[in-house]
Ligand binder design. Structure first.
Ligand code: URP
Ligand code: ZN
Ligand code: ZN
Length: 473
Protein backbone atom coordinates (compact mmCIF):
# COMPACT_ATOMS: atom_id res chain seq x y z
CA UNK A 1 0.00 0.00 0.00
CA UNK A 2 1.12 3.56 -0.70
CA UNK A 3 2.16 5.65 2.26
CA UNK A 4 2.78 9.36 2.84
CA UNK A 5 4.96 10.46 5.74
CA UNK A 6 3.87 13.95 6.75
CA UNK A 7 5.15 16.69 9.07
CA UNK A 8 8.52 15.06 9.80
CA UNK A 9 11.99 16.59 9.61
CA UNK A 10 13.93 14.74 6.91
CA UNK A 11 17.60 14.37 7.68
CA UNK A 12 20.16 13.01 5.21
CA UNK A 13 23.95 13.15 5.23
CA UNK A 14 23.73 16.55 3.54
CA UNK A 15 20.35 18.16 4.30
CA UNK A 16 17.80 18.81 7.03
CA UNK A 17 14.38 19.98 5.88
CA UNK A 18 10.65 19.58 6.44
CA UNK A 19 8.79 17.81 3.61
CA UNK A 20 6.39 14.96 2.88
CA UNK A 21 7.50 11.62 1.45
CA UNK A 22 5.33 9.54 -0.87
CA UNK A 23 6.16 5.82 -0.84
CA UNK A 24 5.00 3.47 -3.56
CA UNK A 25 6.15 -0.01 -4.65
CA UNK A 26 8.91 -0.24 -2.04
CA UNK A 27 10.51 3.04 -3.18
CA UNK A 28 10.45 6.72 -2.36
CA UNK A 29 8.31 8.04 -5.18
CA UNK A 30 8.31 11.75 -4.41
CA UNK A 31 9.42 14.28 -1.81
CA UNK A 32 7.70 17.63 -1.58
CA UNK A 33 5.38 20.00 0.24
CA UNK A 34 1.72 19.11 0.70
CA UNK A 35 1.82 15.73 -1.05
CA UNK A 36 -1.52 13.92 -1.16
CA UNK A 37 -2.88 10.69 -2.58
CA UNK A 38 -6.32 9.36 -1.67
CA UNK A 39 -5.05 5.79 -1.78
CA UNK A 40 -2.14 6.39 0.56
CA UNK A 41 -1.95 5.70 4.29
CA UNK A 42 -0.82 8.89 6.03
CA UNK A 43 1.85 8.53 8.73
CA UNK A 44 2.10 11.57 10.96
CA UNK A 45 5.74 12.23 11.86
CA UNK A 46 5.19 15.48 13.80
CA UNK A 47 8.07 16.07 16.19
CA UNK A 48 10.10 13.21 14.70
CA UNK A 49 13.22 13.03 12.61
CA UNK A 50 12.93 11.05 9.39
CA UNK A 51 16.24 9.28 8.78
CA UNK A 52 17.34 6.87 6.05
CA UNK A 53 17.45 3.36 7.53
CA UNK A 54 20.68 2.52 9.27
CA UNK A 55 23.22 0.30 7.53
CA UNK A 56 25.32 -1.82 9.84
CA UNK A 57 28.38 -2.89 7.87
CA UNK A 58 29.68 -5.34 10.49
CA UNK A 59 27.69 -8.21 12.03
CA UNK A 60 28.28 -11.87 12.84
CA UNK A 61 24.96 -13.73 12.96
CA UNK A 62 24.92 -17.47 13.73
CA UNK A 63 28.66 -17.61 13.27
CA UNK A 64 30.77 -20.51 14.54
CA UNK A 65 33.57 -18.99 16.62
CA UNK A 66 35.55 -19.73 19.78
CA UNK A 67 34.24 -23.28 20.11
CA UNK A 68 30.61 -22.23 19.96
CA UNK A 69 28.15 -20.34 17.71
CA UNK A 70 27.04 -16.73 18.17
CA UNK A 71 23.75 -16.54 20.03
CA UNK A 72 21.82 -14.22 17.73
CA UNK A 73 20.89 -15.62 14.37
CA UNK A 74 19.52 -13.78 11.35
CA UNK A 75 16.05 -13.70 12.92
CA UNK A 76 16.70 -12.44 16.44
CA UNK A 77 19.65 -10.33 15.32
CA UNK A 78 17.79 -8.51 12.56
CA UNK A 79 14.65 -8.04 14.69
CA UNK A 80 16.79 -6.29 17.28
CA UNK A 81 18.61 -4.36 14.55
CA UNK A 82 15.28 -3.10 13.20
CA UNK A 83 14.13 -1.98 16.65
CA UNK A 84 17.36 -0.02 16.80
CA UNK A 85 16.83 1.75 13.46
CA UNK A 86 18.93 -0.49 11.23
CA UNK A 87 17.34 -1.68 7.98
CA UNK A 88 20.36 -3.30 6.34
CA UNK A 89 23.16 -5.44 7.73
CA UNK A 90 26.25 -6.70 5.96
CA UNK A 91 27.30 -9.92 7.67
CA UNK A 92 30.65 -11.70 7.57
CA UNK A 93 30.57 -14.99 5.70
CA UNK A 94 33.37 -17.26 6.91
CA UNK A 95 35.17 -19.52 4.47
CA UNK A 96 37.01 -22.80 4.94
CA UNK A 97 40.42 -23.67 3.53
CA UNK A 98 40.06 -26.07 0.62
CA UNK A 99 36.42 -25.19 -0.08
CA UNK A 100 35.10 -22.77 -2.68
CA UNK A 101 33.90 -19.24 -1.93
CA UNK A 102 30.52 -20.13 -3.43
CA UNK A 103 30.26 -23.02 -1.00
CA UNK A 104 30.69 -20.59 1.93
CA UNK A 105 28.14 -18.19 0.42
CA UNK A 106 25.61 -20.97 0.06
CA UNK A 107 25.99 -21.80 3.79
CA UNK A 108 25.33 -18.15 4.66
CA UNK A 109 22.34 -17.99 2.32
CA UNK A 110 20.89 -21.01 4.12
CA UNK A 111 21.31 -19.33 7.50
CA UNK A 112 19.68 -16.07 6.42
CA UNK A 113 17.06 -16.52 3.74
CA UNK A 114 13.97 -17.46 5.72
CA UNK A 115 15.00 -15.54 8.79
CA UNK A 116 16.16 -12.02 8.10
CA UNK A 117 13.49 -9.36 8.70
CA UNK A 118 15.55 -6.66 6.94
CA UNK A 119 17.73 -6.59 3.83
CA UNK A 120 21.23 -7.96 4.08
CA UNK A 121 24.45 -8.56 2.21
CA UNK A 122 27.63 -10.55 2.85
CA UNK A 123 31.32 -9.78 3.08
CA UNK A 124 33.44 -12.80 2.26
CA UNK A 125 36.44 -13.91 4.30
CA UNK A 126 39.65 -14.71 2.44
CA UNK A 127 41.80 -17.03 4.51
CA UNK A 128 44.23 -18.26 1.82
CA UNK A 129 44.87 -16.73 -1.57
CA UNK A 130 45.54 -19.81 -3.66
CA UNK A 131 44.96 -19.87 -7.40
CA UNK A 132 41.39 -21.09 -7.26
CA UNK A 133 40.36 -18.54 -4.61
CA UNK A 134 41.93 -15.70 -6.59
CA UNK A 135 40.12 -16.87 -9.69
CA UNK A 136 36.83 -17.05 -7.85
CA UNK A 137 36.97 -13.49 -6.46
CA UNK A 138 35.89 -11.83 -9.76
CA UNK A 139 33.22 -14.51 -10.18
CA UNK A 140 31.57 -13.76 -6.82
CA UNK A 141 31.82 -10.03 -7.53
CA UNK A 142 30.07 -10.39 -10.90
CA UNK A 143 27.66 -13.23 -10.22
CA UNK A 144 26.89 -12.99 -6.51
CA UNK A 145 27.13 -9.24 -5.89
CA UNK A 146 29.57 -9.87 -3.06
CA UNK A 147 32.08 -7.06 -3.46
CA UNK A 148 33.97 -6.85 -0.16
CA UNK A 149 36.56 -9.27 1.20
CA UNK A 150 37.77 -9.62 4.76
CA UNK A 151 41.25 -10.66 5.81
CA UNK A 152 41.96 -11.37 9.47
CA UNK A 153 45.48 -10.38 10.55
CA UNK A 154 44.85 -11.97 13.97
CA UNK A 155 43.32 -15.12 15.57
CA UNK A 156 46.37 -17.24 14.76
CA UNK A 157 45.61 -20.85 13.78
CA UNK A 158 41.90 -20.02 13.52
CA UNK A 159 41.02 -17.20 11.10
CA UNK A 160 44.38 -15.48 10.55
CA UNK A 161 45.75 -15.10 7.03
CA UNK A 162 49.33 -14.19 6.13
CA UNK A 163 50.61 -11.02 4.46
CA UNK A 164 50.95 -12.75 1.09
CA UNK A 165 47.23 -13.51 1.22
CA UNK A 166 46.44 -9.93 2.20
CA UNK A 167 48.59 -8.51 -0.59
CA UNK A 168 47.15 -10.80 -3.24
CA UNK A 169 43.62 -10.05 -2.07
CA UNK A 170 44.39 -6.33 -2.37
CA UNK A 171 45.75 -6.62 -5.91
CA UNK A 172 42.89 -8.87 -7.03
CA UNK A 173 40.29 -6.58 -5.47
CA UNK A 174 41.85 -3.59 -7.17
CA UNK A 175 41.61 -5.28 -10.56
CA UNK A 176 38.01 -6.35 -10.20
CA UNK A 177 36.36 -3.64 -8.08
CA UNK A 178 36.38 -5.17 -4.61
CA UNK A 179 36.98 -3.51 -1.26
CA UNK A 180 39.35 -5.29 1.13
CA UNK A 181 38.58 -5.21 4.84
CA UNK A 182 41.03 -6.07 7.60
CA UNK A 183 40.85 -7.01 11.24
CA UNK A 184 44.13 -5.31 12.07
CA UNK A 185 46.05 -6.80 14.99
CA UNK A 186 49.41 -8.56 14.93
CA UNK A 187 48.22 -12.12 15.57
CA UNK A 188 51.69 -13.66 15.83
CA UNK A 189 52.84 -11.42 18.66
CA UNK A 190 49.46 -11.73 20.40
CA UNK A 191 49.89 -15.51 20.28
CA UNK A 192 53.27 -15.16 22.00
CA UNK A 193 51.94 -12.77 24.67
CA UNK A 194 48.91 -14.91 25.48
CA UNK A 195 51.02 -18.06 25.89
CA UNK A 196 53.36 -16.13 28.17
CA UNK A 197 50.46 -14.83 30.28
CA UNK A 198 49.05 -18.33 30.76
CA UNK A 199 52.50 -19.69 31.64
CA UNK A 200 52.66 -17.04 34.36
CA UNK A 201 49.25 -18.09 35.72
CA UNK A 202 47.48 -14.96 34.43
CA UNK A 203 44.10 -16.37 33.44
CA UNK A 204 41.54 -13.63 34.23
CA UNK A 205 39.57 -11.70 31.54
CA UNK A 206 41.68 -8.55 31.98
CA UNK A 207 44.62 -10.42 30.44
CA UNK A 208 42.69 -10.49 27.19
CA UNK A 209 43.27 -6.73 26.97
CA UNK A 210 46.78 -6.81 28.39
CA UNK A 211 47.99 -9.34 25.81
CA UNK A 212 46.61 -7.36 22.87
CA UNK A 213 48.22 -3.93 23.39
CA UNK A 214 47.32 -1.00 21.11
CA UNK A 215 50.82 -1.00 19.57
CA UNK A 216 49.93 -4.30 17.90
CA UNK A 217 46.79 -2.81 16.39
CA UNK A 218 48.70 0.27 15.23
CA UNK A 219 51.43 -1.91 13.70
CA UNK A 220 48.98 -4.12 11.79
CA UNK A 221 46.92 -1.13 10.63
CA UNK A 222 50.05 0.60 9.30
CA UNK A 223 51.21 -2.63 7.61
CA UNK A 224 47.84 -3.12 5.90
CA UNK A 225 47.76 0.53 4.82
CA UNK A 226 51.27 0.29 3.33
CA UNK A 227 50.42 -2.91 1.46
CA UNK A 228 47.32 -1.13 0.14
CA UNK A 229 49.48 1.73 -1.12
CA UNK A 230 51.88 -0.72 -2.75
CA UNK A 231 48.98 -2.52 -4.45
CA UNK A 232 47.34 0.82 -5.32
CA UNK A 233 44.19 -0.74 -3.90
CA UNK A 234 41.47 0.11 -1.38
CA UNK A 235 41.17 -0.82 2.28
CA UNK A 236 38.54 -0.62 5.02
CA UNK A 237 39.82 -1.18 8.56
CA UNK A 238 37.10 -2.68 10.76
CA UNK A 239 36.63 -1.94 14.46
CA UNK A 240 39.39 0.62 15.01
CA UNK A 241 39.95 0.93 18.77
CA UNK A 242 42.95 3.13 19.49
CA UNK A 243 44.94 6.26 18.74
CA UNK A 244 47.79 4.18 17.28
CA UNK A 245 45.49 2.82 14.55
CA UNK A 246 43.71 6.13 13.89
CA UNK A 247 47.11 7.75 13.31
CA UNK A 248 48.03 5.14 10.69
CA UNK A 249 44.74 5.62 8.85
CA UNK A 250 45.07 9.41 8.96
CA UNK A 251 48.62 9.22 7.64
CA UNK A 252 47.62 6.97 4.73
CA UNK A 253 44.69 9.24 3.88
CA UNK A 254 46.87 12.35 4.05
CA UNK A 255 49.02 10.75 1.32
CA UNK A 256 45.92 10.21 -0.82
CA UNK A 257 45.52 6.45 -0.33
CA UNK A 258 42.06 4.88 -0.28
CA UNK A 259 42.07 3.78 3.34
CA UNK A 260 38.87 3.96 5.38
CA UNK A 261 38.10 3.23 9.03
CA UNK A 262 35.20 2.07 11.13
CA UNK A 263 34.79 2.25 14.86
CA UNK A 264 32.01 0.80 17.02
CA UNK A 265 29.75 2.19 19.76
CA UNK A 266 31.42 0.06 22.44
CA UNK A 267 34.76 1.81 21.94
CA UNK A 268 33.08 5.20 22.31
CA UNK A 269 31.45 4.50 25.67
CA UNK A 270 33.27 1.62 27.42
CA UNK A 271 36.92 1.21 28.39
CA UNK A 272 39.45 -1.39 29.51
CA UNK A 273 38.46 -1.18 33.19
CA UNK A 274 35.27 -3.13 32.35
CA UNK A 275 37.38 -6.26 31.84
CA UNK A 276 38.83 -5.93 35.31
CA UNK A 277 35.71 -6.85 37.28
CA UNK A 278 35.42 -9.62 39.87
CA UNK A 279 33.55 -12.93 39.51
CA UNK A 280 34.36 -13.31 35.83
CA UNK A 281 32.06 -10.34 34.98
CA UNK A 282 34.89 -8.98 32.83
CA UNK A 283 34.21 -11.79 30.34
CA UNK A 284 31.11 -9.90 29.16
CA UNK A 285 33.51 -7.30 27.72
CA UNK A 286 35.91 -9.64 25.97
CA UNK A 287 36.12 -8.95 22.24
CA UNK A 288 38.89 -8.10 19.83
CA UNK A 289 40.53 -5.72 19.53
CA UNK A 290 39.92 -5.13 23.23
CA UNK A 291 38.50 -2.11 25.03
CA UNK A 292 41.19 0.51 25.53
CA UNK A 293 42.14 3.26 27.91
CA UNK A 294 39.39 5.90 28.15
CA UNK A 295 41.66 8.57 26.62
CA UNK A 296 41.08 6.96 23.20
CA UNK A 297 37.42 8.01 23.20
CA UNK A 298 38.28 11.67 22.57
CA UNK A 299 40.53 10.58 19.70
CA UNK A 300 37.57 8.79 18.11
CA UNK A 301 35.17 11.69 18.39
CA UNK A 302 37.74 13.94 16.74
CA UNK A 303 38.48 11.37 14.02
CA UNK A 304 34.78 10.89 13.31
CA UNK A 305 34.09 14.60 13.23
CA UNK A 306 37.02 15.35 10.96
CA UNK A 307 36.26 12.43 8.63
CA UNK A 308 39.39 10.34 9.36
CA UNK A 309 37.01 7.54 10.40
CA UNK A 310 33.95 7.13 8.20
CA UNK A 311 31.55 4.58 9.65
CA UNK A 312 30.07 3.08 12.79
CA UNK A 313 29.63 -0.69 12.68
CA UNK A 314 28.31 -2.71 15.58
CA UNK A 315 30.61 -5.78 15.30
CA UNK A 316 27.59 -7.58 16.76
CA UNK A 317 28.93 -10.99 17.81
CA UNK A 318 26.88 -12.13 20.78
CA UNK A 319 27.55 -14.94 23.22
CA UNK A 320 25.58 -15.75 26.35
CA UNK A 321 27.34 -15.09 29.62
CA UNK A 322 25.99 -18.38 30.96
CA UNK A 323 27.01 -21.32 28.85
CA UNK A 324 29.20 -19.53 26.29
CA UNK A 325 31.44 -16.84 27.81
CA UNK A 326 32.05 -19.21 30.72
CA UNK A 327 33.95 -21.59 28.41
CA UNK A 328 36.86 -19.34 29.37
CA UNK A 329 36.64 -19.59 33.16
CA UNK A 330 40.20 -20.22 34.29
CA UNK A 331 41.64 -19.43 30.82
CA UNK A 332 40.85 -16.06 29.21
CA UNK A 333 41.96 -17.33 25.78
CA UNK A 334 38.91 -19.62 25.71
CA UNK A 335 36.35 -16.84 26.28
CA UNK A 336 34.49 -16.50 22.96
CA UNK A 337 35.37 -13.07 21.56
CA UNK A 338 32.46 -10.74 20.85
CA UNK A 339 29.67 -8.60 22.23
CA UNK A 340 26.04 -7.59 21.48
CA UNK A 341 25.64 -4.14 19.88
CA UNK A 342 23.45 -4.30 16.77
CA UNK A 343 20.38 -2.88 18.55
CA UNK A 344 21.99 0.12 20.19
CA UNK A 345 24.45 1.32 17.51
CA UNK A 346 22.08 4.02 16.23
CA UNK A 347 20.87 5.29 19.61
CA UNK A 348 24.28 5.37 21.26
CA UNK A 349 25.75 7.44 18.43
CA UNK A 350 22.79 9.81 18.42
CA UNK A 351 22.76 10.21 22.19
CA UNK A 352 26.51 10.48 22.76
CA UNK A 353 27.30 12.18 19.48
CA UNK A 354 24.48 14.47 18.36
CA UNK A 355 22.86 15.20 21.72
CA UNK A 356 26.21 15.96 23.33
CA UNK A 357 27.23 18.25 20.45
CA UNK A 358 30.19 16.13 19.31
CA UNK A 359 28.93 15.57 15.75
CA UNK A 360 26.23 17.17 13.63
CA UNK A 361 22.99 15.38 12.87
CA UNK A 362 24.00 15.09 9.19
CA UNK A 363 27.33 13.56 10.17
CA UNK A 364 25.36 11.10 12.31
CA UNK A 365 23.35 9.96 9.26
CA UNK A 366 26.54 9.77 7.21
CA UNK A 367 28.21 7.49 9.78
CA UNK A 368 25.30 5.16 10.54
CA UNK A 369 24.04 4.85 6.99
CA UNK A 370 25.29 6.83 3.99
CA UNK A 371 29.03 6.11 4.10
CA UNK A 372 28.45 2.37 4.36
CA UNK A 373 26.07 2.52 1.39
CA UNK A 374 28.71 4.34 -0.66
CA UNK A 375 31.66 2.16 0.31
CA UNK A 376 29.84 -1.13 -0.01
CA UNK A 377 28.02 -0.59 -3.30
CA UNK A 378 24.50 0.18 -2.07
CA UNK A 379 24.24 3.91 -2.82
CA UNK A 380 21.89 5.55 -3.85
CA UNK A 381 19.51 2.60 -3.52
CA UNK A 382 20.17 2.69 0.22
CA UNK A 383 21.77 5.21 2.57
CA UNK A 384 19.66 8.23 1.68
CA UNK A 385 16.10 9.49 1.26
CA UNK A 386 15.61 10.46 -2.37
CA UNK A 387 13.19 9.67 -5.20
CA UNK A 388 14.02 6.21 -6.50
CA UNK A 389 15.74 5.03 -3.31
CA UNK A 390 14.40 2.06 -1.35
CA UNK A 391 11.92 3.32 1.24
CA UNK A 392 14.04 2.24 4.21
CA UNK A 393 13.03 4.90 6.68
CA UNK A 394 13.31 5.47 10.43
CA UNK A 395 10.96 7.80 12.32
CA UNK A 396 12.99 8.81 15.32
CA UNK A 397 11.95 10.58 18.51
CA UNK A 398 14.96 12.71 19.49
CA UNK A 399 13.70 13.34 23.01
CA UNK A 400 12.62 9.85 24.13
CA UNK A 401 14.67 8.65 27.07
CA UNK A 402 15.47 5.02 27.65
CA UNK A 403 17.74 2.88 29.78
CA UNK A 404 19.47 0.06 27.92
CA UNK A 405 18.92 -3.30 29.57
CA UNK A 406 18.81 -7.02 28.94
CA UNK A 407 15.24 -6.86 30.31
CA UNK A 408 14.04 -4.73 27.41
CA UNK A 409 16.34 -5.51 24.50
CA UNK A 410 15.12 -7.66 21.61
CA UNK A 411 18.20 -9.83 21.29
CA UNK A 412 18.41 -13.52 22.22
CA UNK A 413 21.62 -13.06 24.19
CA UNK A 414 21.41 -13.15 28.01
CA UNK A 415 23.16 -9.87 28.90
CA UNK A 416 23.68 -6.32 27.69
CA UNK A 417 27.20 -4.90 27.67
CA UNK A 418 25.56 -1.45 27.98
CA UNK A 419 23.34 -2.40 30.94
CA UNK A 420 22.03 0.71 32.73
CA UNK A 421 23.24 3.21 30.16
CA UNK A 422 20.78 6.06 29.61
CA UNK A 423 20.26 7.19 26.03
CA UNK A 424 18.21 10.00 24.56
CA UNK A 425 16.59 9.38 21.19
CA UNK A 426 14.76 6.27 20.03
CA UNK A 427 13.38 4.80 16.78
CA UNK A 428 9.59 4.75 16.89
CA UNK A 429 8.64 3.36 13.49
CA UNK A 430 10.86 1.61 10.97
CA UNK A 431 10.05 0.85 7.34
CA UNK A 432 11.94 -1.60 5.16
CA UNK A 433 11.23 -1.06 1.46
CA UNK A 434 8.02 0.72 2.44
CA UNK A 435 6.68 -1.99 4.78
CA UNK A 436 6.48 -1.65 8.54
CA UNK A 437 9.00 -3.70 10.46
CA UNK A 438 8.53 -1.75 13.68
CA UNK A 439 5.36 0.28 14.23
CA UNK A 440 5.06 2.48 17.32
CA UNK A 441 7.92 0.51 18.91
CA UNK A 442 6.19 -2.86 18.30
CA UNK A 443 7.71 -5.47 16.02
CA UNK A 444 5.38 -6.16 13.08
CA UNK A 445 7.88 -7.52 10.54
CA UNK A 446 8.22 -11.00 9.08
CA UNK A 447 11.15 -13.41 9.15
CA UNK A 448 12.20 -13.96 5.56
CA UNK A 449 10.93 -10.55 4.38
CA UNK A 450 14.50 -9.24 4.15
CA UNK A 451 16.12 -9.65 0.74
CA UNK A 452 19.70 -10.54 -0.08
CA UNK A 453 21.40 -7.51 -1.67
CA UNK A 454 23.65 -7.96 -4.64
CA UNK A 455 25.99 -5.01 -4.30
CA UNK A 456 27.81 -2.86 -6.84
CA UNK A 457 31.56 -2.89 -7.23
CA UNK A 458 33.68 -0.57 -5.10
CA UNK A 459 33.29 3.01 -6.28
CA UNK A 460 31.81 1.83 -9.55
CA UNK A 461 29.97 5.12 -10.15
CA UNK A 462 33.13 7.16 -9.82
CA UNK A 463 34.98 4.70 -12.04
CA UNK A 464 32.20 5.01 -14.61
CA UNK A 465 32.39 8.81 -14.53
CA UNK A 466 36.16 8.70 -14.97
CA UNK A 467 35.72 6.45 -17.96
CA UNK A 468 33.09 8.75 -19.49
CA UNK A 469 35.36 11.76 -19.06
CA UNK A 470 38.27 9.88 -20.56
CA UNK A 471 36.25 8.81 -23.59
CA UNK A 472 34.61 12.23 -23.98
CA UNK A 473 31.02 10.92 -23.61
O1 URP B 1 35.70 -10.04 19.15
C1 URP B 1 35.17 -9.88 18.07
N1 URP B 1 35.27 -8.71 17.48
N2 URP B 1 34.49 -10.89 17.51
C2 URP B 1 33.99 -10.94 16.19
C3 URP B 1 35.03 -11.29 15.19
C4 URP B 1 35.82 -10.08 14.81
O2 URP B 1 37.01 -10.02 15.10
O3 URP B 1 35.27 -9.16 14.20
ZN1 ZN C 1 37.59 -8.54 13.96
ZN1 ZN D 1 33.63 -8.48 13.76
Amino acid sequence: MKKIIKNGMIVTATDTYQADILIENEKVKAIGQGLSDVYAEVIDASGLYVFPGGIDPHTHMEMPFGGTVTKDDFETGTMAAAHGGTTTIIDFCLTEKGKTLKNALSTWHQKSKDKSVIDYGFHLQIVEANESVLEEIPVVIEEEGVTSFKVFMAYKNVLQADDETLYQTLTTAKKHGGLVMVHAENGDVIEHLTKEALRNGNTEPIYHALTRPPELEGEATGRAAKLTALADSQLYVVHVTCKEAVEQIAEARSKGFNVFGETCPQYLVLDQSYLDQPDFEGAKYVWSPPLRDKSNQEVFWNALKSGQLQTIGSDHCSFDFDGQKDLGKGDFTKIPNGGPFVEDRFSVLFSEGVKKGRISINQFVDMVSTQSAKLFGLFPRKGTIAPGADADIVLFDPNAERTISVDTHHLAVDYSALEGMKVTGEPVTVLSRGEYVVKDKEFVGKPGAGKFLKREKYNSDALQRQEETATGR
